[in-house]
Write a protein that binds this ligand. Structure first.
Ligand code: CUA
Length: 160
């Protein structure tokens, strides 16, 4: 089979372009330490109830104006189902699930985490405005999916 010289150049160019792009992707992924947006922490989904901190889910104050919320998602709700946090506080949500894939999504914020069995998804956020925020599950997880929600009440700072 005869291949024209220019066609060979063109094939070589295409091949090199693919290698270059793959090289860039690998370089960026490894040199910059890319990982899933929610983090790399894992957990045995069958032992969520006995694994700290998820054996005692809830809100914890971890510093001056800094909180941590450990949450378990399950069909069809979140534990805890309601939390209260002061406006302006830095809050880290650590969420895992005991059963199927859920999500932890707060409309009006950039929090939208996939909650996958075996993984702990984390996100830190500061609610600047007081008010009621609704946490929704946006992964279809069963017949009660549309009932799956949680409330976050962000309360105003105490007067200084
Ligand atoms: Cu949980 Cu949908």
């Amino acid at each position: 089979m005869h291949i024209h010289r220019y066609e060979k150049y063109w094939l070589a160019f295409g091949f090199l372009a693919i290698l270059t792009f793959l090289g860039i992707i690998f370089f960026m992924a490894f040199s910059q330490g890319h990982h899933p947006a929610g983090g790399m922490h894992t957990i045995d989904p069958a032992k969520v109830d006995t694994t700290p901190p998820f054996d005692k889910p809830g809100l914890k104050k971890i510093g001056e104006n800094e909180y941590e919320v450990n949450l378990v998602a399950m069909a069809f709700g979140y534990d805890p189902a309601k939390i209260e946090i002061p406006a302006g506080a830095k809050v880290t949500f650590n969420v895992t699930t005991k059963d199927v894939i859920h999500s932890f999504s707060i409309p009006g914020t950039n929090i939208n985490m996939e909650i996958v069995p075996g993984h702990i998804s984390s996100r830190t956020y500061t609610f600047d405005k007081a008010g009621k925020y609704l946490v929704l599950c946006n992964e279809y997880c069963g017949t009660g999916h549309h009932f799956m929600k949680m409330d976050i009440e962000v309360i105003e700072h105490a007067a200084q």
